[in-house]
Design a binder for this molecule. Structure first.
Ligand code: SF4
Ligand code: SF4
Length: 444
């Protein structure tokens, strides 16, 4: 919990954005935290009201205020329904950037995660190896009772795969069909370590479509988690590193940048707003962000979808459900394409979940910071999933995939989750098929 500020001070947040809100309240029922708590201060309108008061210096960033802003999932569901075009995601990132520093222990953990681990490929790889070893020795489960609800969350995290499956992609993955185009692709930080299989399935799909895939060497992290949690200084530095890495791999700066992680894609498409005061970087960020495209949007383009469909193999009848990652449907406005692609796969019967565009509770590091609230959101979705009769859950963001897997594990349900790219690659005949990492550690 953040400590309260001692006196009201004017916070230099992106104040003008708060003025877009016309207080109509149309966003209230779309907000998961408002639906859960019923408190205006935990609604989009209430939070904007708080941010405006902070910006005007009429309010102290006290514990209640910080809690109300901190509990936001930054799911951006409110943006989708807002008639006034309020940019809630940008507003929340700017507000969190100005909140008082968290206490000593949370501040240290945040520094360790955001400044030491995520921006450094080698440190992250070492940590992934260490966590895997701890999981094999069942340490998270043994320690869970000491850590309360956070312990249960840690114990139900998916098992990190062996080092052979955490290796980086080659810098060039040539097309497996007639070469028709070249694209670049983001490997991601957590995605590379926990869901390398998703990256390989993404490459296999792109290669089957005739795309040569270039991946920047040594790129670490796009900075999405940093921005969502208000560390805008490090977010800017990582955005610069990311832009540079993709400029290096593509000297012409023209190739599409395919992203299979919804949170990263939404953030990378909005890099320009990090550089509003820096004309040189703003120009580079604008050129970069225009090339960012989500995997599903890229593949669902009609010519590519036709080429893909022609290569699908017959498969067993399967009932599956697609759950929209918030940063795909609300952050990038992409919701039809994943459904169109799933509907092309032989044997697949897709069922629609009424709550598919409502946050699963993962929300970056929200599930770690607020496990009870986060699990409550997911449990309601799991009930709906079970009632649908689906046997496989498909999504497209590592945090959501992890959270759903952990939820199924907690509920003792043997249901697999997959990234959309894995479902597609399975239908192309994946060399090492299967879903996401298991939750039951085995030595290898
Ligand atoms: S819908 Fe938009 S304008 Fe209306 S209260 Fe919510 S944020 Fe404000
Ligand atoms: S981003 Fe999500 S949790 Fe936050 S106010 Fe908007 S709808 Fe509510």
């Amino acid at each position: 919990m953040n400590s309260p500020a001692t006196k009201a001070r004017r916070l230099p947040l992106d104040y003008d954005l708060t003025l877009d809100c016309i207080h109509c309240g149309l966003c209230l029922n779309s907000c998961p935290t408002y639906r859960e708590s019923g408190r205006e201060s935990e609604s989009p309108r209430g939070r904007i009201h708080l941010m405006r008061a902070l910006g005007e210096g009429r309010l102290e960033a006290d514990t209640d205020c910080v809690q109300a802003l901190d509990s936001c999932l930054v799911c951006r569901n409110c943006e989708t329904v807002c008639p006034a075009g309020v940019q809630f995601g940008a507003l929340m990132e700017s507000a969190r950037n100005q909140l008082p520093a968290p206490g000593l222990v949370p501040g240290f953990l945040r520094w360790l995660g955001f400044r030491v681990v995520l921006p450094n490929r080698r440190v992250l790889a070492l940590l992934a190896g260490g966590v895997r070893l701890a999981q094999i020795l069942h340490l998270p489960r043994l320690m869970a009772p000491l850590l309360g609800s956070r312990g249960a969350t840690l114990a139900s995290l998916p098992v990190f795969p062996p080092a052979s499956q955490r290796r980086s992609l080659p810098n060039i993955s040539p097309s497996t069909n007639e070469s028709l185009e070249t694209v670049t692709m983001l490997e991601g930080c957590i995605q590379r370590q926990l869901y390398g299989a998703v990256n390989r399935a993404t490459v296999q799909t792109l290669n089957a479509l005739g795309a040569d895939v270039l991946t920047p060497a040594d790129h670490a992290c796009c900075g999405a988690l940093h921005a969502h949690n208000g560390d805008l200084e490090e977010a800017r530095r990582l955005a610069q590193e990311t832009i540079q890495a993709f400029e290096t791999v593509d000297g012409e700066h023209t190739l599409p940048i395919v992203v299979n992680s919804a949170g990263c894609g939404a953030h990378m498409a909005e890099y320009p707003r990090l550089f509003a005061d820096d004309p040189d970087w703003l120009a580079r960020a604008n050129a970069f962000s225009q090339r960012v495209t989500d995997f599903s949007k890229f593949v669902a383009q009609p010519d590519r979808a036709r080429r893909l469909q022609a290569q699908f193999k017959a498969g067993p009848a399967r009932k599956l459900a697609w759950d929209d990652p918030c940063h795909l449907c609300h952050g990038q406005g992409v919701s039809a394409e994943p459904r169109e692609l799933l509907d092309l796969i032989p044997g697949v019967k897709r069922v629609e979940l009424a709550s598919s565009q409502s946050c699963c509770g993962s929300a970056g590091i929200h599930a770690l910071l607020h496990p009870e609230e986060s699990n409550a959101l997911l449990d309601a979705k799991i009930e709906e999933f079970q009632a649908s009769g689906a046997e496989l859950l498909i999504t497209a963001n590592p945090g959501c995939q992890m959270h759903w897997q952990a939820g199924f594990q907690r509920a003792n349900l043997k249901i697999q989750t997959q990234h959309l790219a894995e479902t597609i690659a399975d239908s192309l005949g994946r060399e090492s098929p299967g879903g996401s990492p298991t939750s039951a550690p085995t030595k290898s």
